[in-house]
Design a protein around this ligand. Structure first.
Ligand code: AGP
Length: 607
């Protein structure tokens, strides 16, 4: 849950490391630190900008490591910030992950005379490597790292330096992402390849169990202790501009505005506009196995889980396949027996969410086919699933998932169409293809209403609670709308199926409790309309998300945001857009940093 960056080459390392940290700040931002030889270490509590202010004017060194933290063990303080070192201040290390047996290792090292200054699990690892390097049989830093990691239980992505070998970085991974940037006479290490783009597009992803040594002369990779012939770098064809804010005040707004483009990219080359035939390259290899699938279990966390709930309706309606959707964080503890003809579909923007990855591993252990819908290319879930589909949404930097969610919904629709060869008529298939093709333009139309939505956010900005209601395909969107509001504006919000109102939540309604009703013209339109009447009768303020042309809704709702008409299973892709904008404007009006909500991180790589 932290960002780590490393550089070795001929240039001054400090500006490169600091830029890397700024690009990785979305992964954690409670403290940061940098280490270079000969300049030494500088740490600061707070965001990367606080570290920048603290840096001495002259920093020198052509190799170094840096870290931006999201606390797991030990409060966000200067002393707990990375890099950490051992007793002799010889080995320095940055770490993302959790060392589970740190207490035991710490006690053993204390008995040998080591003294610890921080409350972190990471410091133990620095001591352990240093102890093996100085007092053990290790000939160099690489050997010391390999030996130390054998004694560690937990997860890590690390970069380590030895003050006596200043031109060498050792990186290793188990459960936390590490990408190597391959330059000419210079090498980079990052938790996220997007932070490498400025320097190189040639990237090597470390696998679990890999240890890599990087010097200005080259790099090597040791896989689970065995020498490899090196790995061929993958070429990353991301647009460098896409990791900048592109003129918007916040990444979140930029990413909401990118939705039309994302919808084009996620469907590009995957659906034949004339016939509705779907081809998903990433699934070709397992296509024969897909025919035998009788049941789908979708796993994900947060927004990805809600996308999964929409997926459930899609698969059931279009492909007539039974689907269950589970929070990945629950699934891993359910001890669920899975049938062999079950496919487990993991949805994850980052591809690194620890619980989702654990669910994939459990499904594999039980012999199921594992599939992924993942945005981050080369991420752990992308690599560990048997097959999958990339979102092609580009890097999502804002902590709140917006464009990635929209592309998850579109990819789910494509996947459901792929599974529905026997259940959908040729004409229905063509209707879907045409409707999918129209989506980008329709989202554009919604985005044009952003000033109206901004005014609504102002009008309702003082409310302390919000209710979001919807039914069938709109129920998961009600949940997602509530989550977005909670995480961005810290306002209490709940999502409910509108059919559940009378079973409890209606009791909360009064004149100060607004409800956002998702009420497009679909199969449950009239039912939700009745629920809105019940709310109105109790003086509850109502904001409706309705289909363009619906004039009747104006008699019931206090305010209406219109979305264009589409096929019911695709409506969530449109109806979520106003909710994302509403949350954004409410958060901004309250003066919050909407790109980095308090207490949250973009990539949850620990449990
Ligand atoms: C979304 O706005 C959240 N920040 C969060 O719920 C997120 O969707 C969840 O942590 C899953 O992340 P993933 O898609 O990277 O696996």
């Amino acid at each position: 849950m932290c960002g780590i960056y490393g550089y070795v080459g001929a240039k001054e390392a400090a500006p490169i490391l600091m830029k890397g940290l700024r690009a990785l700040e979305y992964r954690g931002y409670d403290s940061a630190g940098i280490f270079m030889i000969p300049s030494g270490v500088v740490k600061a509590k707070g965001e990367v900008s606080a570290l920048q202010k603290k840096l001495p004017k002259k920093l020198s060194g052509t190799a170094g490591i840096a870290h931006t933290r999201w606390a797991t063990h030990g409060a966000p303080t200067n002393v707990n910030a990375h890099p950490h070192t051992g007793n002799l201040k010889r080995v320095w290390l940055v770490h993302n992950g959790i060392i589970e047996n740190y207490q035991e290792l710490r006690d053993a090292l204390k008995k040998k005379g080591n003294t610890f200054v921080s409350a972190t699990d990471t410091e133990v690892l620095a001591h352990l490597i240093e102890d093996i390097l100085v007092n053990g049989n290790a000939k160099n830093l690489e050997e010391a790292v390999v030996a130390a990691l054998k004694r560690v239980h937990g997860t890590y992505g690390i970069v380590v330096m030895d003050a006596e070998e200043p031109d060498t970085l050792v990186a290793a991974r188990l459960g936390s992402p590490i990408a190597l940037g391959i330059g000419k006479g210079e090498y980079f290490v990052s938790s996220d390849p997007s932070a490498l783009l400025e320097h190189t597009r040639n990237v090597v992803y470390l696998n679990d169990g890999d240890v890599s040594v990087l010097t200005p002369e080259g790099y090597s990779v040791l896989a689970r202790g065995k020498k490899t012939n090196g790995r061929v770098p993958e070429y990353l064809d991301w647009d460098a501009d896409s990791i900048q804010k592109g003129g918007y005040e916040h990444f979140m707004m930029k990413e909401i505005m990118e939705a039309p483009e994302v919808l084009v990219n996620s469907a590009r080359g995957r659906i034949d506009k004339k016939t509705g035939a779907v081809k998903l390259g990433g699934l070709e290899e397992v296509r024969p196995r897909l025919k035998d699938i009788k049941h789908i279990v979708i796993v994900g966390c947060g927004t990805a889980y809600y996308a999964g709930l929409v997926g459930k309706y899609l698969f059931m309606e279009l492909a007539r396949l039974p689907v269950t959707v589970e929070f990945a964080s629950e699934f891993r503890y359910q001890n669920a027996p899975l049938l062999k003809d079950t496919a487990v579909l993991a949805i994850s923007q980052s591809g690194e969410t620890a619980d989702t990855l654990a669910a994939v591993r459990e499904a594999k252990r039980q012999g199921c086919l594992t599939l992924g819908i993942v945005n981050a290319v080369g991420s752990s879930i992308a690599r560990e699933t048997d097959a999958g589909v990339y979102n092609h949404a580009g890097p999502e930097i804002g902590v709140a998932s917006t464009k990635a969610f929209i592309s998850q919904l579109e990819v789910l629709a494509l996947l459901a169409l792929l599974f529905s060869e026997k259940t959908l008529s040729a004409e229905d298939r063509r209707r879907y293809a045409r409707a999918i093709d129209r989506l980008p333009q329709q989202v554009e139309e919604i985005l044009k209403q952003k000033d109206t939505i901004k005014k609504l956010a102002k009008k309702y900005g003082r409310a302390r609670d919000f209710l979001f209601i919807g039914r069938a395909y709109q129920f998961p969107i009600a949940l997602e709308g509530a989550l977005k509001l909670k995480e961005i504006s810290y306002v209490h919000a709940e999502g409910y199926s509108s059919g559940e109102m009378k079973h409890g939540p209606l009791a909360m309604i009064d004149g100060s409790f607004p409800t956002v009703a998702l009420v497009p013209k679909d199969a449950t339109y009239k039912k939700t309309l009745s629920n809105m009447e019940e709310i109105k009768a109790r003086k509850g303020p109502l904001i409706a998300i309705a289909t363009a042309g619906d004039t009747r809704i104006k008699d019931i709702a206090d305010d209406v945001i219109y979305i264009p008409n589409t096929l019911e299973p695709l409506t969530p892709i449109l109806s979520v857009v106003p909710l994302q904008l509403f949350a954004y404007y409410l958060g901004v009006a309250k003066g919050y940093n909407v790109d980095k909500p308090r207490n949250l991180a973009k990539s949850v790589t620990v449990e």
